[in-house]
Ligand binder design. Structure first.
Ligand SMILES: [Zn+2]
Length: 63
């Protein structure tokens, strides 16, 4: 019986730790911050902003 309770306690503890990690780490905000360009807010999926780079290259070409 004791082993079962220990198992349940460990399971709850792991679940709580995972929950706290998920809640504490602002993964969603970090992702959104990385996903969107800092300058124009265009969705870049963590890559360099194609809009800003295009704009700069286009403007340099057109001007
Ligand atoms: Zn941009």
């Amino acid at each position: 019986m004791v082993l079962i309770w220990i198992g349940i306690a460990v399971g709850i503890l792991i679940a709580v730790i995972l929950l706290v990690k998920v809640v504490k780490t602002p993964s969603y905000e970090a992702v959104t911050m990385n996903v969107h360009c800092k300058k124009c807010g265009y969705k870049t999926n963590g890559l360099k902003c194609p809009r800003c780079e295009k704009n700069t290259s286009f403007s340099s070409k057109f001007r």
